[in-house]
Ligand binder design. Structure first.
Ligand code: ATP
Ligand code: FE
Length: 363
């Protein structure tokens, strides 16, 4: 089985062809960092314009690199939501048209399910259901139990900013320039690079949600850290023009964020085991922030204490990519979960509502 996957939910235009044995046959990603940096965040209209321009080229390049035509592809998978409407529309229109014209099965993919299933590609024996998954990206911060394909229970979610958003906003407070990297780039990786030269203890930040009532919650909160750093800047506690101040605050923020993620994930693991009777096979972390080394190290220590392996996809497959969409397509096809050529995008789409969506089951 060879599946072509298309992704355009946010600012990356991506496509990939993946086989059901977990091999990546080819993949292409076009980032838009340069387009949005000047605005300090993603501008939805610009993102849609660039998807519109890039999608045909990205699909063509992916087929050419694979030495394949549409006749060699067995199905088309496309991100259906959640995400920016203008961006999603481009991918969905491209995917369903390709599938309809070439009479291929179509699979509409939930972007966060794709992030959650990515860790299983080529490792289905190691990453068995059920597992506890932490999705830490630009738009989401979620912990969930992945019971199986299409079956997820939400454990905790952020009450305000996503952790990726917090990295991005703190990078802006600290006036850290974005970096361009092969496997992602943007504000988060720039902050991480700078934090390597920083002392996290110099401006130690209090951890979010440590008061008795919210400490028990499985939810996350990141806006307090960002606000505190903003206030420190306004009060002149540091200078964003001083590289050592930037690095020390970046390190302090990164440490607090990693520690908060780790503590809440510990609660999520305990809740899944004690309240839901879930015997998790492993802890999976995915999404752009899962490529952060401090976050990975904190989660690895936690997993180790629970005797669980921590599984993170390689960094370039943690951020948005076509491979995860193609792989989610493989997993869903195997379960007979196909979609009609008439599907539309879904802007807001809670992951635990997947099952209620009335997917067509065909064998
Ligand atoms: P979603 O999947 O929720 O729709 P998204 O796809 O935009 O959001 P991703 O591409 O998975 O998000 O991740 C992007 C986010 O991850 C950005 O906020 C970015 O700053 C952050 N990020 C990427 N690499 C790192 C890193 N090394 N350290 C910290 N944050 C990072
Ligand atoms: Fe994503």
């Amino acid at each position: 089985l060879r599946v072509l996957g298309l992704e355009s939910s946010c600012d990356d235009t991506a496509a990939a062809i993946v086989s059901s044995d977990g091999q990546i046959i080819s993949e292409t990603v076009r980032h838009q960092h340069q387009v949005h940096e000047a605005y300090g965040g993603i501008v939805p209209g610009l993102a849609a314009d660039h998807h519109l321009r890039n999608m045909p080229l990205v699909v063509r390049e992916t087929l050419e690199k694979a030495g394949m035509g549409m006749a060699d592809v067995d199905a088309v998978a496309v991100t259906r939501g959640p995400g920016l409407p203008g961006s999603l529309a481009v991918g969905v229109a491209a995917g369903k048209t390709l599938a309809a014209v070439h009479l291929k099965p179509l699979v509409g993919v939930h972007h966060m399910e794709a992030h959650a299933l990515m860790a299983r590609m080529g490792a289905e024996d190691a990453v068995r259901f059920p597992y506890v998954c932490l999705l830490i990206s630009g738009g989401h911060t979620l912990s969930l139990v992945v019971h199986g394909v299409n079956e997820h229970t939400l454990l905790g979610a952020t009450r305000d900013d996503s952790v990726g958003e917090a990295f991005d906003k703190v990078a802006r407070e600290l006036a850290i320039p974005w970096i361009d990297a092969e496997d992602g780039g943007g504000a988060g990786p720039a902050l991480e690079a700078l934090a390597r030269d920083g002392d996290p203890a110099r401006f130690a930040l209090p951890l979010p949600m440590e008061k008795s009532d919210s400490a028990r919650s499985l939810d996350f909160s990141f806006s307090g850290l960002k606000t505190r750093i903003r206030r420190m800047r306004e009060q002149g506690a540091f200078s964003a023009a001083c590289r050592q101040d930037q690095a020390d605050l970046a390190a302090a923020f990164q440490h607090a964020a990693a520690e908060h993620l780790q503590r809440k994930t510990r609660r999520a693991l305990a809740h899944a085991a004690a309240e839901m009777g879930v015997a998790a096979t492993c802890l999976v972390a995915s999404g752009g922030v899962a490529s952060n080394h401090a976050v990975r190290a904190a989660l690895a220590r936690l997993a180790d204490r629970h005797g669980l392996p921590l599984v993170c996809p390689p960094p370039r497959l943690c951020t948005d990519n076509g491979v995860m969409v193609a792989w989610a397509g493989v997993e869903r096809l195997r379960c007979g979960l196909l979609d009609p050529y008439t599907i539309d995008f879904i802007q807001r789409w809670p992951l635990d509502q997947l099952k209620r969506m009335g997917y067509q089951r065909r064998s």
